[in-house]
Write a protein that binds this ligand. Structure first.
Ligand code: UT7
Length: 335
């Protein structure tokens, strides 16, 4: 049942672990170089969790900040978008909700890899529209390095750890912060481009033990790159159209921070000039599901994203999965 209520962003927060890892640090243990990483990905440094820190820990920190930013301590539901849950079972969101003192609210995880934040926005908007909750804490968090093979230079230099969160509450479609139409898609025919082959029911039921490296994340980079550019461009175009925006109306473009070259290619295709693109990949790398809310939180805190800006969001990731959304940025308190 839809109540016609819009989901409106009222708070934002983010968190990265304290351990900074530079390209030089990685070059000391992998056959790579600062020059290769910078020119091929745009990344200079990133944050890695230390032993003992999990996705749930990152999520709690980002969630706390988003709740404070929203000026309240209570929400009606918690959604956690993640690729790296604390355990295969149960979901991590209920424990995060309990640790945040939110009581027995509905709480569940969303698994859409690097598109997780956009799929999470759709889940949160649905909870609000259906009347299940009047407000939702949506957290996107990944301790991505926990599934990266430290010996695989093709992924170990790209992926990193972090968390971002927003609070959404029921409101009206026209107000600042109200989510516009969401565009989502997937292509399971191409699931092999980004995967962790072992550890799930498919491998377990085969009765065959997996090779140790099959428990790690792997990505066919070049093919993924091509699909990322195509899908983020088409989803962004469709989301803008459905919102009734021209692409020239977009003040800030916030795309999943997959690779600086991908961001430039998508922006160029959309005709969005560099000064309207938000980017923090040089400092944080690719943080999976956390990428977009981490970017939005940092840009808000730094004054690069301000109230009234028309924002276009887009993401792409394993599944394959992708999405895009629009909103006019609200006045937000940053913590
Ligand atoms: O977040 C979810 C979605 N993810 C993405 O959208 C990521 C998409 N893909 C990419 O960002 C890029 O494809 C990568 C950054 C992963 C790779 O960049 P590329 O320009 O596509 O490089 P490539 O895979 O074509 O490899 C070029 C060369 C290869 O050597 P040869 O075969 O030409 O001799 C690689 O072995 O670069 C080599 N290479 C490296 N060299 C130094 C791959 N990784 C590294 C490395 N350091 N870390």
């Amino acid at each position: 049942m839809s109540t016609g209520r819009a989901a409106v962003v009222t708070g934002i927060g983010s968190y990265v672990p304290p351990n900074i890892v530079t390209n030089e640090d990685l070059s000391r243990r992998l056959d790579t170089s600062d020059e290769w990483i910078r020119t091929r990905t745009g990344i200079a440094e990133r944050f890695f969790v230390s032993p003992g820190t999990s996705t749930g820990d990152l999520a709690v920190e980002a969630g706390l900040r988003a709740l404070k930013s929203a000026g309240g301590e209570q929400v009606g539901a918690v959604v956690l978008a993640t690729t790296t849950p604390d355990q295969p079972c149960p979901a991590t969101a209920p424990q995060v909700a309990a640790r945040l003192g939110l009581g027995q609210v509905p709480a569940f995880d969303v698994a859409a890899v690097c598109s997780g934040f956009l799929y999470g926005l759709a889940s949160a908007a649905g909870l609000i529209a259906s009347g299940v909750a009047d407000s939702v804490l949506l957290i996107a968090a990944d301790a991505f390095t926990t599934i990266i093979n430290p010996e695989d230079r093709t992924t170990a230099v790209i992926f990193a750890d972090g968390a971002g969160a927003v609070v959404l509450r029921a409101g009206s479609p026209g107000e600042p912060g109200a989510l516009g139409p969401l565009v989502l898609g997937s292509d399971g025919e191409l699931s092999h481009l980004i995967e962790v082959p072992a550890g799930g029911s498919k491998q377990r039921s085969s009765g065959r033990p997996a090779a140790p490296e099959d428990y790690f994340f792997r990505m066919l980079g070049r093919d993924t790159y091509r699909h990322a550019v195509e899908r983020m461009t088409s989803a962004s175009t469709e989301a803008a159209e459905r919102a009734g925006w021209r692409l020239a109306d977009v003040d800030r473009f916030a795309a999943h921070q997959a690779n600086a070259r991908i961001l430039a290619a998508v922006s160029d295709r959309l005709g969005i000039p560099e000064e309207r693109r938000l980017s923090n990949i040089a400092r944080v790398g690719n943080t999976g599901a956390a990428s977009i809310p981490l970017l939005l939180a940092e840009a808000t805190a730094e004054g690069r994203l301000t109230a009234g800006n028309r924002v276009l969001l887009t993401a792409f990731g394993g599944g394959l999965s992708w999405g895009a959304a629009t909103l006019t940025w609200p006045e937000l308190q940053t913590i």
